[in-house]
Ligand binder design. Structure first.
Ligand code: ADE
Length: 255
């Protein structure tokens, strides 16, 4: 997968050299290109922002440098088109489902903004020609979109074939489609069996795979009920077996 990022802080993306994503880059699974937006500014101060029309606080990113920068990235492969992802707290929520959708794309272009965001005509211009998604990573406001890009590249990158390897797998993750859809993963344990008086739940030492799977599902349901009621409400009743229904009813949520 090719990933381009245009930003006034390309140095922000140093973490993409580390760990799982760094290895995926070394192995050529992820081909990441970082660009300095100011390279496409025209004045001596390399200005990329200006005051907002209509007044108000803060500054807005000017359309011209963005347009020229995006055009230059698009020219890298005129036969193809990237999916453009504009991080903004006003966007659609970034979810595991969207991460999977992005993992199936050959080319992503991220345009993280600083200040109050990018002049909206940039999204209108490219949105008329290709897929442009405005995406938020959570209901809070960051100082800029760079961290949001790191979050999305990591979530997408670990889903690419060959990145996690066989020992790991994304199928048991929280939110993974299938059995874990709308469920949070439960608690995990490793050796020693007792630590500071806390014991590992006995069932996990039993070697009984069926009972362990059932216990894990119970814990996932419990944790979801405790931490994310709105996810519990979104559970598809078709995916609930008799035991699930009994547990949910005990927890005070009759299916
Ligand atoms: N830029 C600032 N805050 C953001 C958020 N929550 N998600 C994506 N981009 C952002």
């Amino acid at each position: 997968m090719r990933v381009d990022v245009i930003s006034i802080f390309p140095e922000y993306f140093a973490p993409l050299d580390v760990s799982l994503i760094g290895k995926a880059r070394e192995r050529g699974i992820l081909d990441i290109h970082l660009h300095q937006l100011r390279d496409w500014a025209r004045d001596v101060h390399r200005t990329v922002d200006d005051t907002p029309y209509g007044g108000g606080p803060g500054m807005v990113m000017k359309p011209e440098p963005w347009g020229e920068a995006i055009d230059a990235v698009l020219a890298a492969d005129p036969a193809a088109q990237p999916r453009i992802i504009v991080p903004t707290p006003s966007g659609v929520p970034f979810t595991q489902k969207l991460a999977m959708e992005y993992a199936a794309e050959p080319w992503l272009l991220f345009t993280p903004a600083r200040y109050e965001g990018i002049d909206s005509r940039v999204m209108a211009e490219y949105g008329a020609r290709m897929r442009v998604d405005e995406v938020g990573i959570g209901d809070y406001v960051l100082a800029g979109g760079e961290v949001a890009v790191l979050v999305m590249v990591e979530a997408v990158g670990r889903l690419l074939p060959g990145v996690l390897g066989n020992a790991h797998s994304a199928v048991d993750d929280s939110f993974a489609p299938g059995a874990m859809e709308n469920l949070l993963e439960g608690p995990v344990y490793t050796k020693p069996p007792e630590w500071r008086g806390h014991e590992v739940p006995e069932i996990l030492l039993s070697g009984h795979h069926g009972k362990i799977a059932r216990w894990r599902r119970d814990e996932a349901l419990r944790r979801t009920a405790r931490n994310r009621l709105e996810l519990l409400a979104a559970l598809d009743p078709e995916t609930l077996d008799k035991h699930d229904r009994k547990l949910l009813s005990e927890l005070g949520f009759p299916a």
